[in-house]
Structures are given as structure tokens and as C-alpha cells.
Design a protein around this ligand. Structure first.
Ligand SMILES: Cc1ncc(C[n+]2csc(CCOP(=O)(O)OP(=O)(O)O)c2C)c(N)n1
Ligand SMILES: [Mg+2]
Length: 431
């Protein structure tokens, strides 16, 4: 309590509060959407202090007329644009099916990336296929763009006998060395110093591959993110730090990670890193920004922090119900539109696509996911016991199982057999 005899003012804290809650009208009028093509494109070797404005502006390419504008237009050929659209449509179809699968009890958990497809698909298409990526849990688009087999993803989601990760990771926390896709960790932001460390190692070894990481805006409040920025800046690491500002971190709005004070791209400035702020629902802008940063890293010109301004259109995960904490109108009134629709409309506007082809493509994606799901289900779904043998959880850490773990493994297998004598046919291995 303040001393009553003192005339010093009582101290107070500011606790951020989102502008709207369930049932409230939504007003995005304060959010300034700059015109597409209005932003200049600095040389890839520009010093961070000479490009400060880019941390507050918004790089945009696709205009209201669905045409590509300005110096950030990556001028991709129509085939590449159709491939990009195809990957984004596939991500959406995959998300829909897996979400339903969770509701049907086939898996315990799933996370969609609806509305954020461009930030993973388009951005990763600007990298080389062997550049190392360190994603968060919402970048399934990278795996799809890199041609990772859908069946491997579904096996992992079902934690079944075909799951290459042997049920040791939470569903959707994929890993693929062959696709230069680092194991996803549920411990937020740990991937950021790992990406910087990998990039530093690549440079130390005289390699030419760069690293890129993806992290949510909420997770930038973690200390790991700031250590990553320090190391990236100090050693001029060939790394790209992608911050996906989808406005929400489960039920916490971006204000709790600092959005009321400044942009996430502006975090770069304090570290002397190049910072770009990009329309995350504009696939061409996402591609162009990532390409800019990749060229910069490859030429030893240093790291880049890119903020993608986007919106998490659906719940955080299958365990979440956003109607309890945010207005449903936010999605409808989001001023930057839908990334899949915008790219589709662009292709139509340049005479390279039409609604019929789009419908056929959506249908083909849904059919492929459905057929692959059926295939994966042969390897088992949640609760059907067709997972990896129970005993395998003790393996692959030590070359030879130490005596105390051996004892624990045997005891666990014994107890399991007593508890479920008839079930789990694959658990009896007990080797
Ligand atoms: C270190 C740590 N703290 C908290 C959590 C719980 N958690 C999981 S996801 C999440 C929200 C992250 O939000 P953001 O970084 O914005 O990413 P988004 O989910 O929006 O993609 C939280 C708090 C966690 N997994 N790890
Ligand atoms: Mg977020």
C-alpha cells in the first residue's frame, strides 16, 4: 500500500485487452492496409539501419484487382503459380479431413492452419529443397510443398504401426531428415535458437545451405526467441526468422506478446537484423519476402526477421473453442482476405485459371486425402492397439539398454499383460 503521507502517484500496470470479445462488433478500421505495389524493394545487401521503415510497412503484391503490382512481384510463371495454389488447396483439404478424423476419434489431436497457408507453402517454395527448416506445429504446408508423402503424415497423426516416429511425438509433430524438416517441438520457440545454431554450423562447415525457422507471434515472448536473435545478429548467421502473426496465441491476443507497442518485425531493429513486414495472406508477397531473405542469407549479408501479418481463421487446435474468447465476426471482416482465394483470383485474372478447374482441383485434393486416409487406417487408428510394440518406447536412446531401464521395461510389459491379457496383440513382444 502507498504511504498515505506521500504525494507520489500510485503505480499502475496496463493489462492488454482485445478490442472485441464474443458477440461484439468488430472494427478493423484502425488497421491501415497499404496499396499493393506501393513498397519499394531494397537491395538484398541493404544494412538493417537503412531499411527501418520496412518493419512498420506491409509488403503487398496482390491488389484489389487481383493483379500483381510493384517491385516485390516475384514474376512467377503460371505453372509455378498453379503448383503453389495446388499445395495450398491440398493443405486445406488435409486440414479438413484430419479435423474430422479427430472428431471421429481416430486421433487425439489435430491443428489446422486455415488462413495461414501462404505463410508456409509460398514462403517455403522460395527456399531450396535442402535448406533446413525449423517449423512450429502450424507449417504442414512446408511438408506438402516439399512432397512429403501424405500417408506418412497421417500415420504420424494416428500414432499407428506405420508411424515412423513410433508414437513418441504428439500428433502433427512431424520430423523428416530426408525433407530437411527438423523435428517439431511442442516447447514453444525452441526451434529458433536451433535454426540459428544450424545456420552457424552450416557456415562453419563451409556449406551453402541456409536455415529458416517459423515461430508464432505469441512465442516471440519466449526468451529463446531473443537468444536466437542475438546469436543470429552477432555471427551474421545465414538464417531467416519467420514470425507468423496470426493475432492469437490460443486465447491470448497478440497484445500480450507486445503488439500494442510495436510490430513484431520491429523486434529485428533492436538486434540490428533486417526486418520485413508482409501481408501474410498474399502468397506472392510471402514468396517474394522469403526469396529476398534467402538471397541475402546465401550471399552472407546476414539474417532477416519477417513478420507475416495474417489471421488464425479457426480454433487453435481440436482442443480449443474460440467462440469463448473472440468475436466470430473477426474472421469475416479480416481486411486481408483469404490466401487461397486471392491466389486463385489472381490466376483467373491473368487468364491462367477458371472456376471449373478450381472445383476439379479441390475435388481431386479431397479424393486423394480420403483415399490416403483409408490406406493409413489399415495401419491402425487411435485406440485400436495397432501401434508400435509397447516395448519400443525404451529403445533408440542407448546403444545398449542399461540394466535399470531393462528392469523397468520388463516390469511394464508384465503389468500390461496382466491388465489387458487379450488386447494389444502387438504389445506382447516383450523382447
Ligand atoms: C514454452 C511453452 N509455453 C506454453 C506452451 C503452451 N502453448 C502451446 S501453443 C501456445 C500458443 C502459441 O501461440 P503463437 O506463438 O502465437 O502460435 P500460434 O498457435 O498462433 O500458431 C501456447 C501458449 C507451450 N507449448 N510451450
Ligand atoms: Mg499466434
Amino acid at each position: 500500500m502507498a504511504d498515505p503521507a506521500s504525494n507520489r502517484p500510485t503505480l499502475a500496470l496496463h493489462v492488454p485487452e482485445p478490442k472485441s470479445r464474443p458477440g461484439d462488433p468488430v472494427d478493423f478500421s484502425e488497421f491501415h492496409v497499404p496499396e499493393a505495389g506501393a513498397q519499394s524493394r531494397p537491395d538484398e545487401g541493404t544494412k538493417p539501419e537503412d531499411m527501418k521503415d520496412f518493419a512498420y510497412d506491409l509488403v503487398r503484391v496482390l491488389g484489389e484487382d487481383n493483379k500483381a503490382h510493384g517491385p516485390w512481384d516475384p514474376k512467377l510463371d503460371p505453372d509455378t503459380l498453379r503448383t503453389m495454389l495446388g499445395h495450398m488447396a491440398m493443405v486445406r483439404a488435409f486440414d479438413e479431413r484430419m479435423f474430422r478424423g479427430q472428431r471421429q476419434g481416430k486421433t487425439s489431436f489435430y491443428m489446422k492452419c486455415t488462413g495461414e497457408e501462404a505463410t508456409s507453402v509460398a514462403a517455403s517454395m522460395a527456399l531450396a529443397s535442402d535448406d533446413m527448416v525449423f517449423p512450429s506445429y502450424r507449417q504442414q504446408g512446408i511438408l506438402i510443398a516439399r512432397g512429403y508423402p501424405l500417408i506418412e503424415m497421417i500415420n504420424q497423426i494416428y500414432s499407428n504401426a506405420g508411424d515412423k516416429l513410433k508414437g513418441r511425438q504428439l500428433p502433427i509433430m512431424y520430423s523428416s531428415r530426408e525433407h530437411s524438416f527438423f523435428s517439431i517441438s511442442g516447447n514453444l520457440a525452441t526451434q529458433t535458437p536451433q535454426a540459428v545454431g544450424w545456420a552457424m554450423a552450416s557456415a562453419i562447415k563451409g556449406d551453402s545451405r541456409i536455415a529458416a525457422t517459423w515461430v508464432g507471434e505469441g512465442s516471440t515472448a519466449e526468451g529463446d526467441f531473443h537468444s536466437a536473435c542475438t546469436f543470429a545478429s552477432v555471427y551474421n548467421a545465414p538464417v531467416i526468422l519467420n514470425v507468423i502473426n496470426n493475432q492469437w496465441a490460443i486465447s491470448s491476443f497478440s497484445g500480450f506478446a507486445g503488439a500494442e507497442r510495436t510490430t513484431f518485425a520491429a523486434r529485428a531493429l533492436g538486434y540490428g537484423i533486417a526486418g520485413l513486414r508482409v501481408d501474410g495472406n498474399d502468397a506472392l508477397a510471402c514468396f517474394a519476402a522469403q526469396q529476398w531473405a534467402a538471397n541475402r542469407a546465401r550471399a552472407n549479408q546476414g539474417p532477416t526477421l519477417i513478420e507475416y501479418f495474417t489471421y488464425r481463421a479457426e480454433g487453435h487446435s481440436t482442443s480449443d473453442d474460440p467462440s469463448g474468447y473472440r468475436s466470430a465476426q473477426e474472421r469475416e471482416e479480416w481486411p486481408l482476405g483469404d490466401p487461397v482465394m486471392r491466389l486463385k483470383n489472381h490466376l483467373i485474372a491473368i487468364g491462367e485459371w477458371d472456376e471449373e478447374r478450381q472445383q476439379a482441383m479441390d475435388l481431386a485434393c479431397a479424393e486423394e486425402v480420403k483415399a490416403t486416409t483409408k490406406e493409413a487406417e489399415k495401419n491402425g487408428i487411435l485406440g485400436h492397439g495397432l501401434h508400435h510394440p509397447f516395448h519400443t518406447m525404451f529403445e533408440d536412446v542407448f546403444e545398449e539398454l542399461p540394466w535399470h531401464l531393462k528392469e523397468q521395461a520388463e516390469q511394464a510389459t508384465r503389468e500390461r499383460k496382466i491388465k489387458w491379457p487379450d488386447q494389444h496383440p502387438m504389445d506382447g513382444a516383450g523382447k
